[in-house]
Design a protein around this ligand. Structure first.
Ligand SMILES: Cc1ncc(COP(=O)(O)O)c(C=O)c1O
Length: 434
């Protein structure tokens, strides 16, 4: 690094220190966000350094991030994308690749998924002409169960795609075992659960493919960004091809002839020797991220353990502080798990003398941010009204969370003082309305 660049980065760190200080917590005035990015001077300097180098497309930081993150997530390959939704699109689309032969998913095949969650866990199923089969969730863990998944399997079921709910893992070891027995493919949407473990093993290491989001609400951020991870090298190549326009070639930008036979292929009905850089083996997209994003991801990754510890600490403080408050159904970790929580989810007892909306209004008026379990029951949204899907069993709990459930934040930017104010506010509201 040149002396001038080092000087600029020093100034950037000072700028960060100057602009970051002096904002004390004022109850009822300071916003308590449900989620948000925690960015320090190293993050700011990393972004500026990438900008100084004009690394505006995907390049060396992207590759460094992919290998560091794959190691951290205990998968052989990671492919950076521009969002978690794009990662989900790539993961599902990869399962339809002709390169999987008889294992590929065909239009009309079914994918089992959960009704209450985030839309882009489900949308890629529809976008690929596949049929979602919705199952219900349990209250308290907000995940489905292996029994529900098993019951949902029909003659055309070929895959399972489930998100770990707000950081709490589903019974992923048992679901993976079921998938293996019944020859189904498994995608773990780990967008909200980086660092979570189930039975001592990292969430995201059980399925064929795993996806992560780096939007600011998530455990690590790049602003926008996401990742597809797998230890299956065939799937990894397919994901890369689909992400990068569908091309067959795997040279990095700016590279040529890493396979040493750039002009030695004959594919499709193309003339022999057609430039491999421009041979397309998939109907692909361009869903790449940039080095600006990856540079931020790298400095964020250094803090992942700290971030996960803070999320667990904040969640525990809320759980203990609210334990004796009546009329609230508090969350439980899935047995055998150690969740790296995304939020603290609460269901107001339907028999309570107050309604969820009243409690939420009270909290929002105190600048305590709340969120829903994303879409609640997705099948009730206009987007899915005329879509082809199947429902297995009843969606009773999905409907219940659509009415009675919300969550508050646990992200590392929250202080003990803020968490205590959230506890005191919820307690006060319930005491005054019981
Ligand atoms: C479970 C889940 N999957 C996918 C996504 C989509 O991620 P992104 O916002 O990066 O597209 C989210 C977003 O919060 C999510 O919560």
């Amino acid at each position: 690094m040149s002396e001038r660049a080092a000087h600029i980065l020093d100034e950037v760190r000072k700028y960060h220190q100057d602009s970051d200080g002096g904002r004390g917590f004022v109850p009822g005035v300071t916003e308590i966000w449900p989620s948000g990015a925690v960015l320090d001077e190293e993050d700011r300097a990393a972004l500026v350094e990438a900008a100084l180098d004009m690394r505006i497309a995907a390049g060396k930081s992207s590759r460094r991030f992919e290998s560091a993150f794959a190691r951290r997530m205990e998968r052989r390959k990671a492919h950076l994308t521009n969002s978690g939704s794009s990662a989900n699109l790539l993961a599902v689309t990869a399962l339809t690749s002709h390169q999987l032969g008889d294992h590929r998913l065909m239009p009309g095949d079914e994918v089992i998924t959960v009704a209450a969650g985030f839309p882009t866990t489900v949308n890629p199923i529809l976008q690929n002409g596949l049929v979602p089969v919705f199952v219900d969730i349990d209250l308290r863990t907000y995940n489905t169960t292996v029994e529900r998944v098993e019951k949902a399997i029909g003659p055309r079921t070929r895959a399972i795609m489930i998100a770990h709910a707000l950081g709490n893992p589903f019974e992923v070891a048992e679901v993976a075992e079921l998938a293996e027995e019944r020859d189904l493919l498994l995608i773990e949407d780990t967008c909200d659960a980086v660092g979570t473990t189930y039975k001592g093993r990292l969430a995201g290491t059980f399925g064929d493919l795993t996806t992560v989001s780096f939007y600011p609400a998530h455990h690590l951020t790049m602003g926008e960004g996401g990742c597809v991870l797998t230890s299956n090298l065939v799937l990894a190549r397919i994901v890369e091809s689909l992400r990068d326009w569908g091309r067959d070639c795997w040279c990095e930008p700016g590279e040529s002839d890493t396979c040493r036979k750039r002009f030695g292929y004959q594919m499709g009905t193309l003339p022999a020797g057609y430039d491999h850089k421009y041979i397309f083996s998939h109907v692909g997209y361009n869903l790449k991220a940039t080095d600006l994003q990856a540079a931020l991801g790298l400095t964020q990754l250094d803090k992942l353990d700290e971030f996960c510890a803070a999320r667990r600490r904040n969640w525990r403080r809320l759980r203990e502080g609210l334990a004796d408050v009546p009329w609230l159904l508090l969350p439980e970790p899935t047995p055998g798990s150690d969740p790296s929580w995304f939020g603290f989810i609460i269901t107001v007892d339907p028999e309570a003398p107050f309604r969820r909306a009243e409690l939420v209004d009270f909290l929002e008026n105190r600048k305590i941010g709340t969120r829903r379990l994303f879409a609640g029951n997705l099948t009730r949204h206009p987007a899915y009204a005329d879509r082809d899907f199947r429902i297995s069993g009843e969606l009773t709990n999905s409907d219940l969370v659509t009415e009675h459930t919300f969550w508050v934040g646990v992200y590392p930017g929250l202080t003990e003082e803020m968490i205590d104010y959230v506890i005191a506010s919820i307690t006060e509201f319930v005491e005054d309305n019981r």
